[in-house]
Design a protein around this ligand. Structure first.
Ligand SMILES: [Zn+2]
Length: 530
């Protein structure tokens, strides 16, 4: 997999795109949304006997001809909504293989890898459906990054940052967000001046593959002429290093952009304030966690500008901040690459219903084929004329108040709630006594805008040293998935976890909700778990 990736890197970094090419590509994808969708359905689902969507479509009594007919009659989103109503969807837990697929009382045998796009890009464009030379995809895919780079370049252009000196404060592999962001940027013909990394390979579980992979991407990229710097370690408490670089770069003219998730941007701005560093005119771009008003205020108080973006590991770029935004997280949805509908879903373990986002892939380069796959995010989708350059391409759908109902996103690490629920319900009661009712996790923001995770432990539990509880949670995370291990490394650095001795508060009707999100007053449509 890495061999093919590294082999493809040469062509990828040498064939940078121009703004005109990016504009033409997005316009064409907008014009061909329905055709692109049908192409994926025809070949990638109906032409792939192992597709996990086939049993769902069969249960719904839906043939390929029905979908083609529906598209003519109802359009793309109308079709997706009808399919969702007929039960054609997967939850995020099912998609990730964390829960079995049970429909109509029977378990559907499928693996998470069955969602991989079975065919390479070019296969979707050849006339006959013959299976020779179809090839298999790899999960991290340069072709898809190149496809995403077209949309991203329009986002950079809308904010006037093309050609500006830039730095990235993102991790190295196995955290793929850093390498992916750097590589997409380079594809747009942009220079990456600095790559700061909060974790180095030694902070995470040792893995020779990961250690070599980042080094290889950088050195091969440089060999092929791509401006990719060697990652420099900058831990979370060293944000002043980044602030100083930004101020110096700003002074030497031409502006300065930092790409980092929201809480790292907040750290840079706080460090700048402490050291009297002027960040006026600089730009922070990022996502990874909701840019709440409290967090964004810390950024804009420094004189910097904030531009949100929205990425989702399995699909790549979802959207980019509006240049004339209504609030701190006003995102233009990349409708050329994806389709999105909302459908009510009950939050597991609660009596709250949210309008969950369901994503559908439209690009044949998509590494995973998604047909109404829930993302665990919810928010508001609105069509609005904002007057910023992004609407010129037909990108008139805005996403606002996007939040997750099952994930913890402290320090830009996305951890699906299930892993934490296991720790709260099994690891902690086993170690310290009590039951699942005695432990709960509350996600809240402190006065500076940082996400704090309070481990609420009932006073009935006797604990000699509260630090031991935090240590037990961190150790359990270190035994979990790669994402959990990254959460361990960063939450440990940031001191995100703390113990609060109080009775956990459960939702009404006695239903359990081990993860409690603090009430957010920014939208009246938000659920109030308490
Ligand atoms: Zn806009």
């Amino acid at each position: 997999m890495y061999a093919r990736f590294l082999w493809g890197l040469r062509g990828y970094v040498r064939n940078t795109i121009s703004l005109e090419e990016a504009q033409a590509a997005v316009r064409q994808r907008m014009a061909e949304r329905e055709a692109n969708f049908l192409r994926l359905v025809r070949r990638g689902i109906f032409g792939y006997p192992r597709s996990p969507y086939l049993p769902l479509l069969k249960l719904a009594g839906c043939e390929l001809g029905d979908i083609e007919h529906l598209i003519d009659e109802k359009g793309l989103e109308g079709t997706l909504l009808m399919l969702r109503e007929a039960g054609v969807y997967f939850t995020f837990e099912e998609f990730k293989g964390r829960e079995p697929f049970v429909r109509a009382g029977q378990e559907i045998p499928a693996q998470p890898s069955d969602f991989n796009n079975p065919f390479l890009n070019h296969y979707y464009y050849v006339e006959s459906g013959g299976s020779t030379g179809a090839g298999t995809r790899v999960p991290t895919d340069l072709e898809h990054m190149a496809a995403n780079a077209n949309s991203i370049m329009l986002g950079l252009d809308a904010h006037g940052t093309l050609g500006m000196p830039s730095a990235f404060w993102y991790g190295v592999l196995p955290d793929s967000s850093g390498p992916n962001a750097v590589l997409r940027h380079v594809r747009c013909g942009e220079v990456v001046n600095k790559w700061f990394s909060p974790t180095m390979p030694g902070d995470l579980r040792p893995s020779l593959k990961n250690r070599l992979a980042t080094r290889l991407i950088v050195s091969l990229g440089q060999l092929y002429g791509a401006p990719i710097p060697v990652p420099e370690p900058v831990r979370l408490d060293e944000a002043a290093v980044v602030a100083r670089w930004m101020a110096q770069t700003m002074q030497s003219g031409g502006g300065c952009v930092l790409r980092a998730n929201v809480s790292k941007a907040v750290r840079v701005c706080l460090a700048a304030r402490e050291e009297g560093i002027d960040l006026t005119g600089t730009i922070f771009m990022g996502g990874g966690e909701p840019p709440t008003p409290a967090k964004v205020r810390q950024i804009t108080d420094s004189g910097a500008r904030w531009v949100p973006n929205y990425f989702f590991t399995e699909v790549g770029a979802v959207g980019w901040g509006c240049a004339r935004p209504l609030d701190t997280n006003d995102i233009h949805f990349f409708k050329d690459s994806l389709a999105l509908i909302q459908y009510p879903r009950q939050v597991p373990g609660s009596n709250i219903t949210v309008e969950a986002f369901h994503f559908t892939s439209l690009l044949p380069t998509a590494p995973k084929l998604m047909l109404n796959v829930q993302s665990d995010d919810y928010g508001i989708i609105e069509t609005r004329s904002c007057g910023c350059p992004l609407e010129n391409y037909g990108l008139t759908e805005h996403l606002r108040h996007v939040k997750s109902f099952r994930k913890l996103t402290g320090e830009g690490v996305t951890l699906v709630g299930g892993e934490m629920v296991h720790i709260l319900e099994e690891v902690l009661p086993t170690r310290f006594g009590g039951s699942t009712l005695d432990y709960q996790l509350l996600e809240e923001e402190d006065a500076q805008g940082f996400t704090r995770l309070s481990l609420i432990v009932s006073p009935n539990i006797e604990i000699a040293d509260e630090a031991e509880v935090v240590q037990t949670v961190l150790e359990a995370l270190g035994r979990g998935s790669d994402a959990a291990d990254q959460a361990r490394a960063l939450w440990n650095q940031a001191g995100s976890l703390r113990v609060t001795r109080a009775e956990p508060v459960w939702t009404s009707r006695g239903k359990l909700m081990p993860l409690r999100l603090a009430r957010d007053s920014s939208s009246s449509r938000d659920p109030s778990p308490d």
